[in-house]
Write a protein that binds this ligand. Structure first.
Ligand code: SF4
Length: 359
């Protein structure tokens, strides 16, 4: 280790928070294995030898979207060749198909469809919760919630209260991209800005709704933008705790408005996972999201600070529109084996990280 890396290692081992400068240094360093080792030590403090996963069903209700973010291959115009919107009955039938597979979470994320009102989402959430009270509903990104507030003429808090009353228990971390309006203006000017995204999560935490957070990396942002993003999330978690997990998402360029960009490298992905673990000292779980990382890197990421492999998903559509090469879902047994092969103990969890079963 060089002198600066030793200083950082001392801070990590003594529980001293890393600074922006430390984070930037880690990105500039080629000492991937030391960064991974430090992240692994922090992971052990947070979750010992467990690696978490859940059995969940992703549901994407519509792909019609007014935002048309440059990095997105999922959202389409109403007049495009393949728009779709599930009716409430279709959504219910689609969700129900996975119930006998032992799922513990409905993960509902869609797009900004101007024809769908808040009532549409409330009806679906209510029906699912009433029929399957044991399954946790994690639904609607902060971006969707801001949009619903705008088209319903309600505040973010009012929308969250209505959704909570219907049965929503957690909010996924999507839509954060990079929390910097200079970058958002370039990539996604029509959706929630940084402050609005943060306000949804702050308000949700204050209302007792747990959430996750993400970072989309590997597009037009710099390392400094990434570190600023992590520090912004860390600050919100200090002010209004409620983030359960952080999910770094590598940008997949295929079929997007940025298809000229190269896909992120394995080194960048592993370093980002490890640096996230080291910078986010107040967020307990770091996810290696196998859909976007690919199974091999996701498995290696477990040695770089990640303590969660996400879930079975069953049928993923958003990342696969952008060329994700992974299967659309994964069997529970496969996840368990991946974790065991990596030398860890598989722990099936619910959305809120209550352990349901150790394998
Ligand atoms: S990222 Fe979300 S908001 Fe942006 S175009 Fe895709 S579906 Fe729409």
């Amino acid at each position: 280790m060089d002198k600066k890396m030793r200083e950082i290692a001392d801070k990590v081992r003594n529980g001293v928070r890393l600074s922006k400068e430390d984070g930037l240094y880690l990105y500039s360093s080629n000492d991937l294995l030391t960064i991974g080792m430090l992240a692994r030590e922090k992971k052990k403090e947070a979750s010992n030898d467990y690696i978490f996963f859940n059995v969940n069903r992703h549901i994407n209700l519509t792909n019609i979207c007014i935002s048309r973010c440059k990095f997105c291959a999922f959202g389409v115009d109403e007049n495009s060749p393949k728009p779709y919107t599930m009716t409430s009955d279709e959504a219910f039938a689609y969700a129900s198909k996975a119930v006998d597979q032992g799922i513990t979470e409905f993960h509902i994320v869609s797009a900004l469809n101007p024809r769908l009102t808040l009532d549409y989402y409330v009806e679906i959430i209510k029906r699912l919760k009433t029929t399957y009270p044991h399954i946790i509903i994690q639904a609607l990104t902060a971006v969707e919630i801001v949009y619903l507030a705008q088209i319903s003429n309600l505040s973010i808090k009012e929308v969250l209260l209505i959704l909570k009353e219907a049965g929503l228990e957690a909010i996924p971390g999507g839509g954060a991209e990079i929390l910097d309006d200079r970058i958002r203006k370039e990539l996604c000017p029509r959706k929630a800005n940084s402050e609005e995204w943060l306000e949804v999560h702050r308000t949700a935490h204050e209302l007792g709704i747990k959430t996750n957070c993400t970072m989309l990396f590997g597009h037009i942002e710099s390392y400094e933008d990434r570190i600023n993003h992590l520090i912004t999330l860390r600050r919100l978690q200090d002010e209004a705790p409620g983030f359960k997990a952080f999910i770094p998402l590598p940008f997949l360029p295929e079929n997007t408005g940025l298809s000229n960009l190269k896909k992120t490298s394995a080194v960048d992905e592993l370093k980002t996972i490890a640096i996230s673990r080291l910078m986010l000292d107040n967020i307990e779980h770091i996810k290696a999201f196998w859909v976007m990382l690919g199974i091999p890197i996701a498995q290696i990421a477990l040695q770089f600070g990640a303590d969660d492999l996400d879930g079975t998903i069953v049928e993923e559509r958003i990342m696969h529109a952008a060329g994700a090469k992974t299967d659309k879902g994964i069997a529970k047994e496969t996840i368990i084996n991946l974790i065991k092969e990596a030398g860890y103990v598989p722990a099936e969890r619910d959305t809120l990280y209550n352990i349901l079963k150790i394998y």
